[in-house]
Design a protein. Sequence first.
Length: 517
Amino acid sequence: MYDKLNITFKPFLLSLIVLLVGYTFLHWIIFIKLEIFQPKEIITNFGIPIFLTGIISWFYLRPRLKILRLKTSRDSLIDLYCIVAWITLTIPLVISQQYLITSSGKLTKLKTITEISKSAPTKYYSLQSYYIDKNHPGIFLNTEVGGRNNENLALQIYAAVPIFEKPSDTASSIPLSWLAVEYSERISNRLTANEKETKFREFTNKSELDFRSKNFSDFKYLDRLRNSDQKVGFTNAVENNKFFKNKSADPIILKGINEPFENRNGNKLRNLTIAVAVGTLIWLIMIAIPKIDQRHLRRIKAGKPDRKSQREVREFLDFLIPQEGHFITLILIYINIIIFFLMVIMGYGLFSFNGQDLLEWGANFGPLTKNGEWWRLITCTFLHGGIMHLFTNMYGLLFVGIFLEPLLGRRYFLIIYLLNGIVASLASIFWHDATVSIGASGAIFGMYGLFISFMIFKIFTLEFTKAFLLSTLVFIGINLLMGLTGGIDNAAHIGGLVSGFIIGTLMAIVMKRKNNT
């Protein structure tokens, strides 16, 4: 048991402590204290922690797990252990970042709102004298698709209400800050267009009634919003305000909090303690159960490298370099990943993106595309709505590309991929009147259509066809059925699939004739 604790448990515990202390300190000094730059909170609070814990789990802890006998009759449990380590390291690190923001925030006491521009920026404020001008708000309406299969539709209203020192200032002054008032409701994305319109109208009417009757002065202190999707929504609301000109490009958005300032941390510290304790206990139990692999234990104690793991790492790194057989496949994947992370770095999101931002980056949208912006038919195939959307599409592209690119060659693989993407985008805009469409799935479905046609026309060997035809058909069928539930652009999927199948059939016929002559 000592060897288990020393080789697998001690590094886990050390990693947890270093992450909690090290990254939390760097977060505070870089993003809060010095404000060197301000990425969205979803990046600092979720994105970076998930990335760091993933690196530690797979590249630092995984080699040490080799001393445990984790192989079963069918597979090895080492990947499961890495996933558990990833989760148990991530949860407390995420909670600690949220606790850091609220606990380190300073409260500045202001007599009037005019003092806010004269004092150093802080997280929290208290106000003695103020006037909230609810008669001249800025409004921004937004909808976001969410859920694993885009089955949810979030309706959002952002109202930015001007804050003045006294009522008479509304006629002569420009607001120095704005009070954040938000309304949100979630409905099913599987509803028809008319049903969605009815739900949205009911939501806006209900929100308007609440806005008119609500007392916005009912707060104990104000929370200054940092860079986040919420801050972007309220900034758009300020920009939509028609009553005040010369507004700040980066307005001060304040959210009223109606509870004692001492309670701002809530249960975060307790939750952090529980997460650390439970995660540590789970990891201790998991490493205590399996027996020790004496061969790997002797190797580790002797300081000898794991030749097999080193070879696997080298092969993996070599595979990541575009080369013959998967050159274009990897180039396409890297372009998609680079564009996605450029949007992330620029603060547009991580798990989801705003529809307007996607349009600015080249999403497919019938009214714009048909009006001459035909380049959107291609650019939309390199945009994705979130990290899971990107991951699933790139995995599908990698799988089909490995088999098709060596057979088609670089040039034809690229041409057919882009052609399928264009056909899929055309199918989308002619089926949907005004839907923002993004993603490589239409082009990828096209490659799967070609893949199926090649198997049907026996371009591949019989053994290969038996191994992959059924699983490919099931994969396509499940995705199309999921699209029928709503929220997924099945028109693009079907358009790409049909396009790829037709191209594959024509190519298969030509290839068969050449082989017979």
